[in-house]
Design a protein around this ligand. Structure first.
Ligand SMILES: Cc1cc2nc3c(=O)[nH]c(=O)nc-3n(C[C@H](O)[C@H](O)[C@H](O)COP(=O)(O)OP(=O)(O)OC[C@H]3O[C@@H](n4cnc5c(N)ncnc54)[C@H](O)[C@@H]3O)c2cc1C
Length: 428
């Protein structure tokens, strides 16, 4: 097995960019080259700004290039966001806003892939699989809302037999099939978007960790060997950055999530276990998620280490769940295993805000960030350009700071997750 991720081993575009070695000037400095940073840069460039993007490693190196590749309408913190918005804009408008938001990232991704010709193995079809019979209630209520809102054709409820026709697994009590959800090669998507941003004039620097931001009318973003003087900074470092600790420390907690990819299955095996090529996750709080890749590997992830530290044996930990899901694959070879850090926010609402009038940040999608990061990039770009409504909907949601510091907050999060897992294990 290799330390590479499946994505970095199979990515199509292998462009390497230089580190920042000069003092440069730009309208906007974006920090972080994942989905949030790259798409914010791209959207700002589309609006005519000059943008410099600084990435500590390589484009897509963080959670963006390590995830399950599932693009779903599961907006983290949806209930809390809707509750918060209701007294401000009214119950119907809040419900409409959240429902619309759920699917906007899908449209943005499809449009971007089409417009810039990005090859990223995009496939439609997803199953939200019910772990317990009682989980069907929530899936049914979601399907009913979709029906009411004119999306009924994209969704179908499956009973236990229906799921077993779609997947060769004994595990689930039913599920919700969603043909609007997608799966894709996230690193190819992000690197394609980075190329698109460059075609619009964005200057991207890799291997350029930002060491600090000097606040002021023209904030200065510093690296070890250069700096960007800008009018505005947008901080998109996800769970990997520690910048602006005074304002942001103790509010977001990194969870290490494991992922692995098997050796390629035979065409017959792939057809047998997942004939419609669906991406799948289940209804548990700490869930399993999987899908087939374009070269017929089973990409399987699950569990999470809320201490923020990656497990030493990801494949060993994930294998029992994979084999329980698909008994036919017992003993299958694992070619890649890796982990990535997702930014968990206690109330789960994406954290958008400012640490100074011209220093903005967007982070914390609690493990559901492919669609969300694309939505947020649009929200950030329009806010920087002066339209604040959608940004304010997020920025007005309070995010508690853990008074006992980051380490204690991480411990409390780990304890909370352990409690959820225990409840699920004993079926309460
Ligand atoms: C294992 C795993 C599986 C997941 N599966 C799914 C899934 O199937 N579907 C889904 O919707 N979401 C999933 N997610 C979540 C999703 O990947 C993230 O929410 C999303 O990619 C976040 O993008 P981002 O750009 O905000 O952060 P990141 O992709 O983490 O990017 C942040 C970047 O900032 C850079 N950076 C940090 N500090 C600095 C600095 N000081 N200077 C310069 N650069 C810096 C980092 O190097 C990194 O490249 C998963 C996450 C993980 C970890």
């Amino acid at each position: 097995m290799t330390n590479e991720t499946y994505y970095s081993a199979s990515m199509r575009d292998r462009t390497e960019r230089d580190a920042l070695r000069d003092q440069i000037v730009a309208d906007i400095a974006v920090i972080g080259g994942g989905f949030t940073g790259v798409n914010t840069a791209l959207e700002l460039a589309e609006r005519g700004y000059s943008v410099a993007l600084l990435e500590a490693e390589r484009i897509g190196w963080g959670a963006t290039g390590r995830n399950g590749g599932q693009v779903t309408g599961s907006l983290s913190g949806d209930t809390a966001l809707q509750k918060h918005l209701t007294p401000r804009i009214g119950a119907n408008a809040a419900a409409d806003f959240v429902w619309g938001l759920r699917w906007q990232g899908h449209d943005t991704i499809r449009a971007r892939v089409a417009r810039y010709g990005i090859e990223c193995d995009l496939v439609h079809g997803h199953l939200h699989a019910a772990w317990r019979a009682s989980d069907m209630r929530e899936l049914r209520s979601f399907a009913a809302e979709a029906e009411r809102r004119g999306m009924g054709e994209a969704l179908a409820m499956l009973d236990r037999d229906g799921v077993q026709e779609a997947l060769e697994t004994p595990l689930y009590e039913g599920g919700l099939l969603n043909r609007n959800n997608m799966h894709l090669h996230p690193l190819d998507l992000c690197r394609g978007e980075a190329k698109a941003a460059e075609s619009l004039g964005v200057r991207i620097f890799e291997q350029s960790p930002v060491t600090g931001i000097v606040q002021g009318d023209h904030p200065i973003v510093k690296t070890a060997s250069g700096q960007v003087t800008a009018n505005t900074v947008v901080l998109c470092g996800g769970a990997y950055h520690r910048l602006e600790p005074g304002a942001l420390g103790g509010r977001l907690f990194p969870a290490a999530l494991g992922n692995m990819a098997t050796e390629p299955l035979t065409a017959e095996e792939a057809r047998a276990i997942n004939p419609h090529n669906l991406a799948v996750y289940d209804t548990r709080f700490v869930l399993d998620y999987y899908r087939l890749t374009a070269d017929r590997r089973l990409l399987f992830g699950g569990g999470a280490n809320y201490s923020g530290k990656a497990s030493a044996d990801i494949a060993g930990e994930l294998r029992p769940a994979l084999e329980k899901t698909f008994p036919r694959l017992a003993g299958i070879g694992i070619d890649f295993a890796w982990s990535g850090q997702a930014g968990i926010v206690p109330n789960r609402v994406p954290m958008l805000g400012r640490t100074a009038p011209n220093i903005w940040y967007a982070q914390g999608y609690s493990g559901h960030g492919i669609a969300t990061s694309h939505i947020v990039a649009g929200v950030m770009a329009e806010a920087v350009a002066g339209t604040m409504d959608r940004f304010d909907h997020f920025a007005n949601v309070p995010h508690a700071k853990n008074p006992f510091g980051e380490r204690a907050g991480q411990g409390m999060l780990a304890l909370g997750m352990w409690w959820y897992k225990l409840r699920e294990a004993i079926g309460v």
